[in-house]
Structure formats: structure tokens, C-alpha cells
Design a protein around this ligand. Structure first.
Ligand SMILES: *Cc1c(COP(=O)(O)O)cnc(C)c1O
Length: 355
């Protein structure tokens, strides 16, 4: 099969071997002559899938004791609401960084629950940098940040030391680099950027922080509901969890997060050095805050766009169009994107210069 070079921002590229195995399991799972998506989620074969997925998350991210790993629904967007519901006290407050469209949506939801203090804000320059050096008030119920700003191509290289709880939306860079989970109280990520298909959200939460708000939380929105039922309070998104499990298995078999972090660093170095070298292009994010996952750049002369787009199309490059709020181009280089695809893109950029 001749594959495209898939730079899509999300849903995004998954490993070929994972797609193959997943498609086989749709027809015949575990050689039982039943489809993965037509068996009970309470049957042993599926309970095994769920256990394996949870254990792979724990192993790959070295999740310490005292944390629960959940596979929920509603996307990262529902977490924007579940986080304040579960963590903000009645009449409480929380601190948020405003580093992009997703962060802003998280802020909007949280405002329904209490006072929100924006402690770092890069909206003054269309979110092209990561705010630093801000102070987080000690009396907030939690601090919320977004580790990677998918649309703007910026990424937090370090996280602030906080005395409050710290919550992070890692939707677009989870499993791409080592993070010290013990430093966080709650991490969430929609699956479709680096872990699997759309339809499930990974939540890693420190158990002891829950149940302290004094609020009545609707059953489905209460993390404790899902913890007590091992993410099977209601029917889980079996396909999304299964494919996530396969992707995590793929990652583990290749050498885990340490291995992929090195590959991701190489891919990012290749593309950024071409953007900086090639006089036709410029990056849109501040250099020190550049994301290794989403690389945003422009053609200085927009009249060249048509030729460049055509060259990308004819080499099988997919998904390079930038988000409408930044324009230009965005190359998303999630874990499953091979080095070879970056090489193809860099060559097209060189060819455009020599055209
Ligand atoms: C894509 C994305 C989201 C939204 O995820 P959904 O699963 O579509 O709700 C939230 N945060 C970040 C950083 C994202 O990249």
C-alpha cells in the first residue's frame, strides 16, 4: 500500500501495524470468530484489554502508587468542565494559563464554578510564546496549564513549582516525552493526538485530591464514579480503548517514551533547521518555546503557496494546512509519524527554493 505522509493535527497518524491489527480484530478478535465491537465489555477478553491498556499507561509513564488511570468519554473538552467540578471548592478559585484556544476553552468552563485568575497569558501575540515567571497565588484550589498548544506550535519545556494542586491538559504531547507524573495531581489527554482514535480521554488522577469540594457532582461527572468501577460504570468506548492499547504496546515494544522522545527530537530538529535555513520560510512560534509535536510556519511570499501546496500534494503530504487562526502551515509530527516523512517534507521545501 502506498501511504501518504500524514502530518494531520488530529485525529492523526497511527502506526501501520496498529491499524492492521485493529482492522483484523474488527472482523475476528482473539480468533473467537467474534468482532471486538460485538462482544460484551464485561467479557474476559475485553476486561483484559482494559487492564492491559491501564497497565501500559502506568508502565510507560511510570505512574506512581496512589494514582488512578481512567479511560473516559467526552474528549479533553469534557475535562475542561470535570476538572473544576471535582477540584474547585464552593466559593473557591483556580489559576489558569491562557496559552491558546484550548486553554481559553478550559478557562471559560471553569468560570462557572468560581473565581479564575489568569496567571500567564500569551494572547497579546497570538499565543506564539509560553508565558513565564508568573506567580501563582498560594490559596488557589488548583493551577491549570496546557503542556502543548496544538494550534500555535508552542510547548512548555518546564512546569512551574506550585504549592497548590497542578492539573495539565497534555492532549497533544502525552507519551511524546518523559514527564514526572508525581509532580502532577491530574493529567488529561484526548486520545486522538498521540495515543489512539478519537472517542476516549485518558485521565491520570491522584486519588487523595478527590471528594474534597463539598459540591454535589453528577454521577457521570464524578471521577470517583469511574475510579470505583474501573472505567466501566457505563459502556466504555471499546474500540478507542483497544486501539489505544495497541498503540501503547507498539510504543513499549520499540523502547518506550525514552526512545520516542529521541526520535521526536530528531524529527523536530530536522524540520526546524530547514525552516530557519530556507529563506522562503519562517517559523511562527518563539524559538525557545517551539513545540516538537506541532511545527507552525509560513511562506514569506504567499504567492508561492500554490506551487508549494501542489508539490506537497504530488509527494503525498497530507494535513499540512495551518489552523485558520494562525494561517500558513502546521506539520504535526506525532509519535507514529516516521522520520522518513519529515525527510520528504524537508526535501519539498528545498526543491521549492531551487525551483
Ligand atoms: C485537541 C485538543 C483538545 C480537545 O480535545 P477533544 O478530545 O476534541 O475535546 C484539548 N486540548 C488540547 C491541547 C488539544 O490539542
Amino acid at each position: 500500500m502506498s501511504k501518504k505522509h500524514n502530518f494531520s493535527a488530529g485525529p492523526c497518524i497511527l502506526p501501520q501495524e496498529v491499524l492492521k491489527k485493529a482492522s483484523e480484530s474488527i472482523l475476528n478478535f482473539n480468533n473467537d470468530n467474534l468482532s471486538l465491537i460485538e462482544i460484551s465489555h464485561r467479557s474476559k477478553p475485553f476486561v483484559d484489554v482494559m487492564d492491559k491498556a491501564i497497565n501500559l499507561v502506568k508502565e510507560l509513564l511510570e505512574v506512581p502508587e496512589g494514582y488512578s488511570v481512567l479511560f473516559l468519554q467526552g474528549g479533553a473538552s469534557l475535562e475542561f468542565l470535570m476538572v473544576p467540578f471535582n477540584l474547585m471548592k464552593e466559593g473557591g478559585k483556580a489559576a489558569y494559563t491562557n496559552t491558546g484556544a484550548w486553554a481559553k476553552k478550559a478557562i471559560t468552563e471553569s468560570k462557572q464554578f468560581g473565581e479564575i485568575i489568569v496567571v500567564g497569558d500569551s494572547s497579546d501575540n497570538n499565543y506564539n510564546y509560553i508565558p513565564k515567571g508568573y506567580e501563582i497565588p498560594a490559596d488557589v484550589d488548583y493551577f491549570h496549564c496546557t503542556s502543548n498548544n496544538t494550534i500555535y506550535g508552542t510547548q512548555m519545556k518546564e512546569f512551574p513549582e506550585v504549592s497548590s494542586l497542578i492539573v495539565c491538559d497534555m492532549s497533544s504531547d502525552i507519551f511524546s516525552r518523559k514527564v514526572d507524573v508525581s509532580k502532577f495531581d491530574l493529567i488529561y489527554a484526548g486520545a486522538q493526538k498521540n495515543m489512539g482514535p478519537a472517542g476516549t480521554t485518558l485521565v491520570i488522577v491522584k486519588d487523595e485530591i478527590l471528594g474534597k469540594t463539598g459540591r454535589t457532582i453528577p454521577t457521570m461527572l464524578d471521577y470517583n464514579t469511574h475510579i470505583s468501577k474501573d472505567s466501566m460504570f457505563n459502556t466504555p468506548p471499546v474500540f478507542a480503548i483497544y486501539v489505544s492499547m495497541l498503540t501503547l504496546e507498539w510504543l513499549k515494544n520499540h523502547g518506550g517514551v525514552e526512545w520516542i522522545e529521541e526520535v521526536n527530537n530528531r524529527k523536530a530538529a530536522m524540520l526546524y533547521s530547514e525552516i530557519d535555513r530556507n529563506p522562503l520560510f519562517e517559523g511562527t512560534a518563539e524559538k525557545e518555546d517551539r513545540s516538537n509535536m506541532n511545527v507552525t510556519f509560513l511562506l514569506k511570499d504567499s504567492e508561492k503557496e500554490e506551487v508549494f501546496n501542489q508539490m506537497c500534494f504530488s509527494t503525498g503530504i497530507n494535513g499540512l494546512k495551518g489552523h485558520r487562526s494562525v494561517g500558513g502551515y502546521r506539520a504535526s509530527m506525532y509519535n507514529a509519524l516516521p522520520l522518513e516523512s519529515v525527510d520528504v517534507l524537508v526535501n519539498v521545501m528545498k526543491n521549492l527554493e531551487n525551483n
